[in-house]
Design a protein around this ligand. Structure first.
Ligand SMILES: C[S@@+](CC[C@H](N)C(=O)[O-])C[C@H]1O[C@@H](n2cnc3c(N)ncnc32)[C@H](O)[C@@H]1O
Length: 250
């Protein structure tokens, strides 16, 4: 039998935000590999082997997937959101590049999902309606100095910004430093959206002006969206609507 690897995005949480293409891949898979909470989102069934694993073992997971596929297994590697956004697709290709040449003959596909910043933006209105950037605030895989440089340049370029992995229990000080930098560098009251557990029963969306943003408003289930200088908050009746206009006047 011909094996394959499909690196699939499960979306932000809600079942209806999983694409039909990803559902089909999961239905056809013989094996599901991924971080334990994401594998837990796949219903067990006869003929399907689930391989949950710990955080921070992405390369081991990727090699496992490629090894199984080379043996003829049909492997779905699961990520939350989109697999190409701070997730397993890059890890899989790192393993592929470093691995035996016969892995290059495997059928490998990346199946997109709805990434957290887009799900959060949709809840708030359209804060990413003009130019924006996404920054992973975790310093596990890059130095903190680079994060600060990118933050400063994103402010200088007047991008709206989406921050993934804002704050973990083990390094809460990083997000406090990031907020401090933004408050100093922006010097205005642009809106900040703290979107927690979007599309799950625990969803919580909070919009505050940048000077009022506090580090403890985020945790690792939160994506934080900071507006550009022209991002607006308008009264939407039931809730504030945050949007960034499509144009910037010259
Ligand atoms: C390792 S990254 C994975 C990102 C994922 N691949 C994506 O495209 O959304 C994990 C981070 O994504 C964000 N995140 C993932 N799901 C989320 C959700 N439902 N609501 C808010 N943020 C979420 C959080 O910032 C979290 O710390």
């Amino acid at each position: 039998m011909t094996g394959w690897v499909k690196i699939v995005g499960l979306g932000p949480g809600a079942d209806e935000l999983v694409t039909p293409q990803v559902s089909d891949a999961l239905a056809a898979a013989s094996d599901v590999i991924g971080y334990t909470p994401y594998v837990a989102r796949v219903a067990p069934r006869a003929g399907l082997t689930l391989h949950p694993s710990d955080n921070r073992v992405e390369l081991d997971r990727a090699r496992h997937a490629l090894t199984l596929a080379a043996q003829g297994h049909r492997v779905a590697v699961v990520s939350s959101g989109d697999p190409g956004v701070f997730a397993m697709a890059s890890a899989l290709f790192e393993a592929l590049e470093q691995g035996p040449t016969h892995w290059r003959d495997l059928h490998i596909e990346v199946l997109p999902g709805i990434t957290a910043m887009l799900a959060a933006a949709a809840r708030a209105g359209a804060p990413l309606g003009h130019d924006f950037c996404a920054i992973n605030l975790s310093d596990n895989l890059k130095p903190w100095a680079l994060i600060e440089k990118r933050l400063r340049l994103a402010v200088e370029g007047d991008f709206a910004m989406a921050f993934y992995n804002p704050r973990s229990k083990s390094r809460p000080e990083g997000f406090a430093r990031a907020l401090d930098l933004l408050q100093q560098a922006c010097g205005d009251a642009r809106p900040v959206i703290f979107a927690r557990a979007v599309s799950t029963p625990e969803e919580d969306i909070r919009v505050v002006p940048l000077p009022d943003a506090q580090p403890e408003m985020a945790d690792m289930r939160t994506v934080v969206v900071v507006g550009a200088s022209n991002t607006r908050v308008i009264d939407g009746g039931q809730r504030p609507i945050v949007y960034t206009p499509r144009s910037v006047l010259s």
